[in-house]
Write a protein that binds this ligand. Sequence first.
Ligand SMILES: NC(=O)c1ccc[n+]([C@@H]2O[C@H](COP(=O)([O-])OP(=O)(O)OC[C@H]3O[C@@H](n4cnc5c(N)ncnc54)[C@H](OP(=O)(O)O)[C@@H]3O)[C@@H](O)[C@H]2O)c1
Length: 420
Amino acid sequence: MKEVVLGLLGLGNIGGGVWDLVQFFGKDVEKRTGLTLQIKKALVLDKKVHGGKDVPDEVLTTERNDILEDPEIQIVCEFLGGEQPAASMMLRALENGKSVVTANKMALSLHFDELRAMAKKTGAGLYYEASVGGAIPVINALTSPLIANHIEQIMGIVNGTTNYILTRMAAEGADYETILKDAQRLGLAEPNPAADVEGMDAAYKLSIMGSLAFHSRVHVEDIYREGITKVTAEDIAFGREMGYVLKLLAIGKDNGDSIEARVHPAFLPADHPLARVDGSLNAIYLYGHSFKDMMLEGRGAGDAPTASAIVGDIVQAAQNAVHPMPYLRPETVPVADDWQSKYFIRMQAKDAPGVLAEVTGLLAGEGISVSAMMQKHAVPGEKATLIVITHSAPEKAVQRVVKALNSDICQVDNVIRVEG
Ligand SMILES: NC(=O)c1ccc[n+]([C@@H]2O[C@H](COP(=O)([O-])OP(=O)(O)OC[C@H]3O[C@@H](n4cnc5c(N)ncnc54)[C@H](OP(=O)(O)O)[C@@H]3O)[C@@H](O)[C@H]2O)c1
């Protein structure tokens, strides 16, 4: 048996989940791998908060150097959350030759280059399976079993909170604010939900997945981002009538000379594999030239599913004689600021002669053709709801049309991209 000495940074939800999994399943891991996992220290802010619980007092510390500078600790597991001090603690651990296992998508995506460079310099390992998709082994899939592929596309539901909200809005015909409040009451959305509902959490995850899939850094600040706060029950219902399901998607595409990276709500055809991924589940749909298409689905959050990925990383870090370092091209491929999609445009248009011709004329002027159109609540002389679905068109051209459409005869209420 080989003993693996661990230090945990943070003992909240995930740190506590890892502690529990190591206590209750450590013997089985030992039988399967020959590794005895020993948690020597766990960093907390206040020992009194954690004292008297499952973790013995001598394991708790409020001093980071008890972990980062202890030569006996081989693997540092970071579960503090946030950018700092998490990133600098990981950097210090790597500098000291300790492998790092983290679930922290924010610190990782913002400090990926520094952390990688330090790991490369000292030969320590950097493992982050739990940073994207919780228990779903998507990082491992992209860096190892799927390596013999040109990954052309990633499309992921990688935020459970927003998927839960959109699923309930669709099922109950309820508006965003009502479901958000209920999700907060049930503990399924944070009291400050901005990082989830504004798409930031998904953007951090896309930055990590995209960099690995396309072998080029996808910086989070280059990702186009739009959250779900503008989505209405009406959008979802009209989309459904036209055969679509709404999801918040993290989309990455390799277009050869540029990479697309965007997070926004999108309609998917009801028979798309991602369309049936409901509630707080996560799923990542991939397309590669050898394997064609594939979908990985599972629990993207929660202490036990996330701890499952983390203990998997700890085992890999302990077993690998040489730590893997994903390949990145020497020249960073630019992230595109324009792309092609189909569009759902919902507007209030005056029910008067010539209005439809004006709408289709503006679209035609930008070379955009219409694939479907639906009119609702038409009362002569008053405004009716008009929904247009376009064929594939450039984003910037659609935005120009939307600007031109807004007038006294027409008001665009929402524009939602249509994918799949
Ligand atoms: N929760 C999930 O389902 C999930 C899933 C995948 C990935 N993750 C990632 O896992 C990480 C941890 O998430 P979590 O849900 O476990 O958060 P959490 O419950 O808030 O735990 C973080 C813990 O770190 C402690 N802490 C913060 N700063 C510290 C410092 N400077 N020194 C010592 N302790 C400090 C906090 O103490 P206090 O409680 O005293 O503030 C808290 O106990 C995040 O990066 C998150 O994105 C979470």
